[in-house]
Design a protein around this ligand. Structure first.
Ligand code: GLA
Ligand code: ZN
Length: 680
């Protein structure tokens, strides 16, 4: 199996009955009387799993080497008595104040050379030996203490690696970077070559001369920046592995996770393909970004990416919000029904439940205005009523557990390619690879296709259609992989700015797009990004035409046929969208940023090549996703629209949330979710 493929996680959430429901529980913020009310309300809502202890280091180890587990014992026992299982955290994301007084060097340093202070959380230099030792010690203490506890369902290592600090630029990290580079590149000549240090006189004659990409007067070497991102990610992963191995050793059989943030808008510093191989169970945190775009599309994309990182296996949504968050400029409350819709949309795409940040809304601290399952207003609230209804809904869906979401198409995604595109000195500041991914994903979503994500070197043969948005960094073997995929009958759609550089950010020799010339059957002579507000017209088959902006280029077909051409702008008269028949398949190339109608039209044609039937019978903004398991198929229908929807059903079945028998077609009220399972 190629190195990049995600291994199936070793454990499932088998220790949990049915789908998981609950949230982060921070009882240390409350007097013990409140705990009694908490467990009573958890029961009332159907909570069966809570994450505990994430930020508890200072309470568990009030002085170096002095431990106090009394309060946490009482919490975990109480939860157990009330039938709530525990996702127990290692508290290593929040080292205590005493630790930093003793080891100020463990506070991370910014690229500008400023050292962070204590007073928040996650202020960690992941290469600090003092931090690593202290983290290993507290992890072992917690593991030993709770290994045999019957409430323990899952180990939660750390919290959201990659945030709020993803890379530290201190001297310890500099030394670690040099060792990492020597490992990766070997002889210094190889590094000089890979980084292109002949340019601007950056040649190194000793590894000792190399620093992290700290503040430089002009653009810092982009290959150096790319390697630093890899190094910083690897350092965090090494720390995760260290804790995981301690937990495996001292608490065998209990699965270990750490909560990811796969949404591209929420974390851009972690290579989740690599992390997916390290955890026993993939878990994810997802928050709606209210930037004016359709939040449910962004949610679906993050869920699909999470499932893909889990190798297609079920995963768990470990955090989302019951209503508004408090860390965006404006934090709207969720509309009635939106929380359940969000939760069940995650379940449709493979989550084995829905958990929240957090159980009880804090009265103090930085997150007192963040929604929770028990709001400041208590139980006489809409949020609480919806929480209890969701608990009941998840209970009714218990049988979907273990089934797998079925995808129709794939999108190629690679964090390293994303990182490489974030360096300065690019053709246009308006180009953002995640924007291309979002936009193609949205087009696929609107055509009712369920999408898996795949690493560029992964086996794609199971997918009739594969979309490749802005894969700027494409290794030769990835290029080969895509060519083989098409030759063997696949349909590929590739956007501009793909296939340009190798793994060191060096341009592939010859005309663009070096790694993809063969499969696309073309070369690109020159790019000409468009200015803000500038648009061009592109004309397609049968009199169709569309607007495009941001990017244009001079495509020279060499085997590919021209399907759309530029009508005006810098590339007037030249090919804009091409199709290359190769072997048993076809490769499409889209050389500009087409409007939604243009993109839809290209995807419609590619879909025909792929032999994927259109679903014009499904209404807009009604998500239809299938999970398939030993017990049969489960059809999730999520109506995000304000209109009642009617969805044709392939088979008769039982709607699990209402218990009604369904046949022929399913009626879904505005904003509602329905799940049809096999006939009872
Ligand atoms: C993250 C963290 C939580 C909390 C939430 C708030 O997901 O893991 O501790 O801060 O954000 O949205
Ligand atoms: Zn550091």
């Amino acid at each position: 199996m190629p190195e990049h493929r995600t291994a199936a996680p070793r454990h499932t959430l088998a220790r949990l009955p049915g789908l998981a429901f609950g949230g982060d529980y921070n009882p240390e913020q409350w007097p013990e009387e409140v705990w009694q009310e908490d467990v009573r309300l958890m029961r009332e809502a159907g909570v069966n799993l809570v994450s505990v202890g994430i930020f508890s280091w200072a309470l568990l180890e009030p002085e170096e080497g002095v431990h106090d587990f009394g309060w946490l014992d009482r919490v975990v026992d109480l939860l157990h008595e009330h039938g709530v299982r525990v996702d127990l955290a290692t508290p290593t994301v929040a080292p205590p104040a005493w630790f930093y007084r003793a080891h100020p060097e463990a506070l991370p340093v910014t690229r500008e050379g400023v050292r962070y202070s204590f007073g928040s959380r996650g202020a960690i230099c992941h290469n600090s030996p003092a931090y690593r030792e202290a983290a290993a010690r507290i992890t072992a203490e917690v593991a030993r203490h709770y290994a045999g506890h019957p409430a323990l369902a899952l180990w939660h290592v750390h919290n959201e690696y990659g945030a709020p600090v993803s890379a530290c630029y201190c001297d310890t990290c500099a030394a670690g970077f040099r060792r990492w580079l020597a490992d990766r590149h070997g002889a210094l000549d190889a590094l000089n070559e890979a980084w292109g240090t002949a340019f601007w006189g950056q040649r190194y004659t000793s590894y000792e001369q190399i620093d992290p990409p700290r503040l430089t007067p002009g653009t810092c070497n982009p290959s150096q920046q790319l390697d630093y991102k890899r190094f910083a990610d690897a350092a965090m992963r090494e720390n995760f592995r260290a804790e995981r191995d301690i937990l495996h050793r001292l608490s065998p059989g209990v699965p270990v996770t750490t909560n990811f943030m796969t949404a591209l808008s929420q974390c851009d510093t972690v290579d989740y393909w690599a992390w997916g191989r390290e955890v026993d169970v993939v878990t994810n945190d997802h928050y709606l970004i209210t930037d004016g775009r359709r939040t449910h599309v962004n949610l679906a994309m993050a869920a699909d990416l999470t499932r893909s990182v889990a190798g297609g296996a079920p995963w768990l949504l470990l955090e989302h919000s019951t209503s508004g968050v408090n860390w965006q400029p404006r934090n709207p409350a969720k509309a009635p029904g939106e929380m359940a819709r969000n939760s069940l949309a995650h379940v449709a795409r493979g989550s084995e439940g829905a958990l929240f940040f957090q159980w009880r809304q804090s009265r103090r601290g930085s997150e007192k205005f963040h929604s929770a399952m028990v709001p400041q207003g208590g139980t006489e609230t809409r949020v609480w009523r919806e929480v209890t209804a969701l608990g009941a809904g998840l209970e009714a869906l218990a049988e979907v557990k273990g089934s797998r979401t079925v995808a129709d198409a794939a999108m190629v995604w690679d964090w390293h390619s994303w990182w490489a595109q974030s360096a300065e000195g690019q053709p246009s500041v308006d180009h953002r690879p995640q924007e291309r991914a979002d936009s193609f994903y949205e087009a696929l979503y609107d055509r009712h296709l369920t999408v898996d994500f795949a690493h560029p070197e992964a086996d794609l043969s199971g997918y009739p259609l594969v979309v490749v948005p802005a894969l700027y960094l494409t290794t030769l073997s990835a290029g080969e992989n895509l060519r083989r995929y098409v030759e063997n009958g696949g349909t590929l759609v590739v956007s501009y700015f793909s296939g340009i550089v190798d793994e060191h950010d060096a341009v592939h020799p010859g005309p663009y797009p070096g790694a993809l010339r063969d499969v696309l059957g073309l070369t690109v002579e020159e790019w000409s990004p468009l200015l803000p507000g500038e648009t061009v017209r592109v004309n397609g088959p049968d009199g169709t035409s569309a607007r495009a902006d941001m990017w244009s280029e001079a495509v020279v077909p060499a085997g590919a046929e021209t399907v759309w051409s530029y009508d005006d702008g810098p590339s007037a008269g030249r090919a804009a969208v091409t199709r290359h028949r190769l072997g048993a398949g076809a490769a499409w190339y889209v050389s500009t940023r087409m409007d939604a109608a243009g993109t839809a039209s290209v995807l419609r044609a590619a879909r025909a090549d792929a032999g994927l039937a259109e679903r014009d019978d499904l209404p807009h903004d009604v998500e239809v996703v299938r999970r398939s398991g030993d017990g049969g198929d489960y059809l999730f229908v999520v109506n995000h629209s304000a209109r009642p929807a009617r969805v044709p059903l392939p088979d008769s079945g039982t709607e699990l949330l209402t218990g009604e028998r369904t046949t022929g077609a399913l009626a879904v009220p505005p904003g509602a979710v329905r799940v049809v399972g096999p006939d009872r």
